[in-house]
Design a protein around this ligand. Structure first.
Ligand SMILES: [Ca+2]
Ligand SMILES: [Ca+2]
Ligand SMILES: [Ca+2]
Ligand SMILES: [Ca+2]
Length: 241
């Protein structure tokens, strides 16, 4: 009987290990604040250390002509910096209104849980899921369950050459005391802290709905489109000097 319980305990330990499989990324402080111009030629991007954006969250696995993605991260006291290089054969922005079906247009999606608390964040600000549209609008859901623009949270510029678009972004961190429609102060970033983070790209090349959703994190289980609800699937960013 005791053996049976030990096996059961082992099973649940393995399950929790699998659920807790988020990877840790060390992110180094920028010696100089990068200029957000989509060029990616700042000192903080010069080490060439690219991370893959390759986990299929929705749709079939895309061909290399259809989609490839990689990214770099850096930080300062004031913001997290992100350089994203996306190869996408067709850039598609079908909904001009940023608050209409924003996830069905080509967009970069940035998930931030500033205190890495994990947990549910669908209609609260325990974490944010910023959809950065082709025109730079930034959308997430508010406490009223409606989409809002958070354009001052994420500043972005992108440059497209052929099939490749380089997005350069700076992201301010707001904690869970954030109130929609009120004045809120972003918090400072500091060395040694851990931030919950994931990145994704919604790829649509002309369909009614997005064709692929490719994320940075491996999500266990059948339903991999959980980042907009569950901060537990995010990875860990460890900020270093
Ligand atoms: Ca730059
Ligand atoms: Ca594509
Ligand atoms: Ca949180
Ligand atoms: Ca596309």
């Amino acid at each position: 009987m005791k053996f049976k319980y030990s096996l059961l305990a082992l099973f649940f330990t393995l399950c929790s290990c699998l659920q807790d499989s988020q990877h840790t990324t060390y992110v180094y402080k920028a010696s100089e604040t990068p200029t957000i111009d989509g060029l990616g030629n700042d000192a903080c991007w010069s080490n060439g250390f690219w991370l893959p954006l390759e986990q299929v969250w929705l749709g079939e696995s895309p061909s290399s002509e259809d989609f490839t993605g990689q990214y770099q991260l850096s930080w300062s006291e004031d913001a997290l910096y992100l350089l994203v290089k996306i190869k996408d054969d067709v850039l598609f922005d079908q909904h001009e209104d940023p608050l209409t079906l924003w996830w069905d247009d080509d967009c970069v999606e940035i998930f931030i849980d500033e205190d890495n608390s994990h947990g549910e964040h669908q209609y609260n600000h325990n974490a944010f899921a910023y959809h950065v549209a082709m025109d730079g609008n930034v959308v997430d859901l508010g406490l009223d369950k409606k989409p809002h623009l958070y354009n001052d949270h994420v500043i972005s510029k992108k440059v497209t050459t052929g099939n490749t678009t380089t997005w350069e972004l700076s992201i301010k961190l707001y904690d869970d005391s954030f109130v929609d429609g009120k004045e809120n102060t972003p918090r400072k970033l500091k060395s040694g802290e851990t931030i919950g983070f994931a990145l994704a790209y919604c790829d649509n090349d002309g369909s009614k709905e997005r064709e692929n959703f490719i994320g940075s994190e491996m999500v266990v289980g059948e339903d991999k489109n959980r980042g907009w609800i569950d901060a537990g699937i995010f990875g860990d960013l460890l900020l270093e000097e």
